[in-house]
Design a binder for this molecule. Structure first.
Ligand SMILES: *Cc1c(COP(=O)(O)O)cnc(C)c1O
Length: 394
């Protein structure tokens, strides 16, 4: 009972006090002025965050709802799409496309590796019938950051829409959709944005809006043109997730007060801290390069039971980590450093891992692992934002 619960999970993530307090206020009505004002405030922040001039639509659903809305709103039954699948969330694109009746071709990528943009180009060259590419920015199940910018450089010159699941990337690493040429960027509230789960956000490029106008989504709830018309009036089509929108307005105020450069610099520094900490603990990083900025995956040594390690870290130290999924279950550990997580939370996380490893008998850490990790954090913070921070792909 004396441990604070620390969520180092790749969503949901901890919520700042400012956001929690705003969400605790009296309910307001979603068709009245105060709510419209919050919607306008949110919109003013979301556009620079997404790097777009298009409206960013709030949808009342988890992130998967926005993935569903994108697939239904942008493609008609029978259309052919290319799914980039290197983990659980790529697999989810394939499943959603199948339920929409799309003809989904899969480009398989080894789990833990990023897709090669040249392979995407080759697949599109080989099959001119493909009208969309569905991929993740950050594949949360493995901790990989896919080269969306380079893939967009391929799709933007053709009649192919690029749909990017940025659920574990928006607010964590740069993804300016207009500059890169992403046609649909979507995210959820519970990862980088410091808001509880249940709200999704989605934006379309000008050409994607054109396409959306020609597609019958065959879905009553998710209707993107209808949502857009409402958002332009500071409204949503159905009852708005009022508290989540108010919480988001507050969290985006916090982000914009600090500035996007500072936000990405902090994420970069936390990522460097996690990676150096893991190495100093004598463990191996699961993603050698092309790593995400919000989750760090760790390969566990043979004989270490990952499921037990995750349980011990939570029960004895109050640190909630994630294990692996599917064939990686028990074999990797995922440390989330998303949203309202700071250096002290991550230090607690590394210490919990060290202690839990000792408990399960695989402890080989350097004595100064925390010092090494914190040095990497400070070095990361000192990097000039926008310049020396390697582009999203590093
Ligand atoms: C968390 C996550 C999802 C799923 O989002 P839900 O909010 O659980 O529906 C999808 N894609 C990625 C990349 C994620 O990290």
């Amino acid at each position: 009972m004396f441990n604070k619960p620390r969520l180092l999970t790749p969503g949901p993530t901890p919520i700042p006090e400012r956001v929690r307090l705003v969400m605790a206020r009296n309910m307001i009505h979603h068709r009245k002025t105060a709510f419209r004002e919050a919607m306008t405030r949110v919109q003013g922040h979301l556009q620079p965050l997404f790097g777009t001039d298009s409206p960013v639509l709030p949808l009342s659903c988890s992130g998967t709802g926005a993935m569903t809305a994108a697939v239904h709103g942008l493609f008609s039954r029978g259309e052919k799409v290319l799914v980039i699948e290197g983990g659980k969330f790529g697999e989810r694109w394939r499943n959603i496309a199948a339920t929409r009746g799309l003809n989904a071709v899969t480009l398989h990528v080894e789990w833990g590796r990023a897709v090669d943009p040249e392979a995407v180009r080759a697949a599109l060259d080989a099959d001119p019938a493909v009208s969309g590419v569905l991929m993740q920015l950050s594949e949360t199940s493995t901790g990989v950051l896919h080269p969306v910018r380079e893939v967009a450089a391929v799709t933007r010159r053709r009649d192919v829409l690029l749909v990017a699941d940025g659920i574990s990337a928006v607010g964590l690493s740069p993804c300016p959709m207009d500059a890169w040429g992403i046609d649909c960027l979507l995210t959820g509230s519970q990862k980088g944005l410091m808001v509880p789960p249940g709200l999704a956000l989605l934006a379309l490029s000008a050409r994607a809006w054109k396409k959306a106008g020609t597609v019958d989504s065959e879905c009553f709830y998710f209707n993107l043109p209808k949502e857009r018309a409402q958002v332009e009036k500071g409204q949503t089509a159905f009852t708005s997730p009022v508290s989540l929108i108010l919480g988001l307005a507050e969290s985006l105020d916090m982000i914009m007060e600090a500035g996007l450069d500072a936000l990405y610099r902090k994420q970069w520094a936390l990522t460097m801290m996690a990676r150096q900490g893991v190495r100093a603990l004598g463990l191996e990083l699961f993603v050698p390069r092309d790593f995400a900025w919000g989750v760090t995956s760790v390969s566990l040594p043979g004989g270490v039971d990952g499921t037990r390690l995750v349980r011990l870290a939570a029960e004895k130290y109050g640190v909630y980590l994630a294990g692996g999924q599917d064939h990686l279950k028990g074999r990797i550990l995922r440390i989330g450093h998303m949203g309202w997580v700071d250096w002290a939370d991550l230090a607690a996380g590394l210490h919990a891992i060290a202690m839990a490893l000792r408990d399960v008998g695989g402890y080989t850490a350097a004595r100064d692992y925390l010092e090494q990790a914190l040095a990497a954090y400070h070095a990361g913070l000192a990097v000039a934002p926008g310049e020396s921070i390697p582009p999203a792909r590093s």
